[in-house]
Ligand binder design. Structure first.
Ligand code: ADP
Ligand code: MG
Length: 312
């Protein structure tokens, strides 16, 4: 296989719910990544941050409320902390795995800001649940006191929801490109990036969460990557998912993927953004491919043995 520039998007199952668990899990995550590096590919790593940013946000909120001795930490700052925390674990684990294989390649996590459009319709309809669950009473209190927007989340209680706007541009893109061009391993757009809006020369952080699948697609286009690989909990994408006539897909065209999307085969909060990101990337330029598979099957997936490949 010829050497390729590959953006890998890591899902929740590649990371952990607690620092201890995560430090252990990222050791496994590092293996398929380093396999691909050993084959001579250029690797850029993106990752989600749902549970981690929720944990940081809740800890900060609880501490500020209970003790009053720590300040309130705004949501974009929580996102930045999650990028640093996850980036640290990934860069630590990947460095070690590289060294174990006799490779001394620098690994850097870049704190990444992602520009979103103030006029994005997502700001009018916040949909992404974050942080802890509350009772109806607690949730109305938060709505009144903090101006949060609260919604009921799948029968589990009330949660704060924030907008999930589309990524428009990646502020640190040239830094990332320089590092990648110099053969360094880069971790970027963690948690979809820290969402910022432009105000003159300023970039102002906003309380929102950019979908990591869309942010990964964006950086893949910007870096002129050959391949976008979305690693998640399932080996392949299915139609009629979870039903009797479930069918796992090994290779689909963009048009086929669009048809399946319209037919509602992919769940909005989970598989739909992945298929959408894959389609957007595959149709952005001839030769670009997107693959959705599991972390464990990454290597086999890239060899064409499994996963769901989306191409022109
Ligand atoms: P990640 O953390 O990797 O973004 P998500 O939980 O958001 O993971 O999305 C992956 C999940 O999407 C799978 O584990 C699966 O349960 C679910 N899913 C929904 N629809 C489909 C589908 N049509 N085919 C495969 N998986 C699907
Ligand atoms: Mg997801």
């Amino acid at each position: 296989m010829s050497k390729q520039r590959i953006v890998i998007a890591l899902g929740g199952n590649a990371l952990g719910k607690t620092p201890k668990e995560q430090l252990q899990l990222v050791k496994n995550t590092a293996k398929p990544i380093v396999d691909l590096i050993e084959l001579g590919n250029e690797i850029i790593i993106a990752h989600g941050n749902g549970p981690q940013v929720g944990m940081i946000n809740l800890a900060m909120e609880t501490s500020a409320n209970l003790t009053g001795s720590t300040p309130e930490i705004p949501f974009p700052e929580c996102g930045a902390m999650s990028q640093g925390y996850i980036g640290y674990h990934l860069q630590n684990a990947i460095r070690e795995e590289l060294l174990n294989r006799g490779k001394d390649i620098p690994v850097a996590a870049v704190i990444t800001q992602v520009v979103v459009d103030k006029k994005d319709m997502a700001f009018k309809n916040p949909s992404k649940p974050i942080g802890s669950f509350y009772s109806r009473e607690e949730s109305s209190k938060l709505e009144n006191e903090k101006g949060y927007i609260m919604k009921e989340d799948a029968g589990r209680g009330w949660r704060r929801v924030v907008p999930s706007p589309k990524p428009v541009d990646i502020v640190e893109k040239n830094i990332v490109k320089t590092l990648v061009d110099n053969k360094y391993v880069v971790i970027t757009v963690g948690g979809g990036g820290i969402p910022v809006v432009r105000e003159g020369n300023s970039l102002v952080g906003v309380s929102a969460v950019i979908d990591k699948d869309f942010a990964s697609e964006k950086i893949a286009e910007i870096l002129d990557a050959d391949y976008l690989i979305i690693l998640t909990a399932v080996e392949q994408v299915a139609i009629n998912f979870g039903k009797e006539n479930e069918k796992w897909l090994s290779s689909i065209s963009i048009d086929q993927a669009k048809t399946y999307m319209n037919e509602g085969h992919f769940a909005p909060g989970s598989m739909l953004p992945k298929v959408k990101a894959a389609v957007t990337f595959a149709q952005s330029k001839a030769g670009r491919k997107a693959l959705i598979t599991s972390l464990e099957k990454a290597q086999e997936g890239i060899e064409g043995k499994t996963g769901t490949l989306i191409t022109m």
